[in-house]
Write a protein that binds this ligand. Sequence first.
Ligand SMILES: [Zn+2]
Ligand SMILES: [Zn+2]
Ligand SMILES: [Zn+2]
Length: 316
Amino acid sequence: MSILKNAVDSIALGLEDYETSIADERRIISCTRNIYAGILLLFKHKLSSLSDPNTDEALIKERVNPKVVDNKILWVGKGKKTVDYQNIKDRFESLSINVDWNRINKINDYRNNIEHYFSTSRHEAVQGWISDSFIIIRDFISEQLKEDPKDLLGSDSWTTLVAVHEVYEREKADCTSSLETLGFFSETILDAFVSYSCKECGSDLIYPDELNKEAIESQFVCKACDVTYSYEEIVSPAIEDHYYAETYLAMKDGGDSPIADCPFCGGAYLYEEKICAECGESAVHECELCGNDIPPEELSEDSLCGCCSHIMSKND
Ligand SMILES: [Zn+2]
Ligand SMILES: [Zn+2]
Ligand SMILES: [Zn+2]
């Protein structure tokens, strides 16, 4: 069976699992496994179709060896083991095949979390995940495989994907517009709430129980599993997720982290915006003694940088 046929079948199976998961939530795990496998197979099909015919599908083989074929040296696939997620990513990057890796990472994380971390798996919670998968599948088939996604997937799979995607988009838009009625300390915090996912089930359909209030006084509900969160329970993890990439780069390459530990409450402090996302307090950013900027890790309840505060404590 061809890789492409396998990919299409795997996606169709995953969607059948999704339909049955209304009655049997255990089917959600096979739903995410099958659809995710289908996506990777679409990617492998692309790599396979780009491999030179004499190379035993070198581009999808984990190992390749140089071999003399007709007096030319070719890189030829070795063994049965095929490329994994990271190999596919590396090869796509070096072949300039563009896909939305942020969205694919999100899909991969959810699939992993649903098997290992989430305490509940809900039919409703998987809709956002299918919607993200739909965007990847549709765009990859039309942009990279140059085929019509509806024709390739078949109308049953296509109709289900479009329907789930549209329902999810509408519900997400409702959640976002109700979050927008709240008063937040800053726009960044609103953005972080909009992209926050429920830690119990992974759904990002989080909405406030009442409109037009201060966010800090609000309760937040997960539409998929009905768990309720306070502002404090969501805000710091949401900000950490929001700045995950920047914080990682700052740690790796040096430079200031975009978030600090709030000197007043210990929550996530937005260094650029000079405000704590959790308690709304602002620390002094310029040292009262030496006039230097106080770096994120030296912010404190008083108005001195780490160095001056050390000197002052010695003089006491
Ligand atoms: Zn939930
Ligand atoms: Zn604080
Ligand atoms: Zn100072």
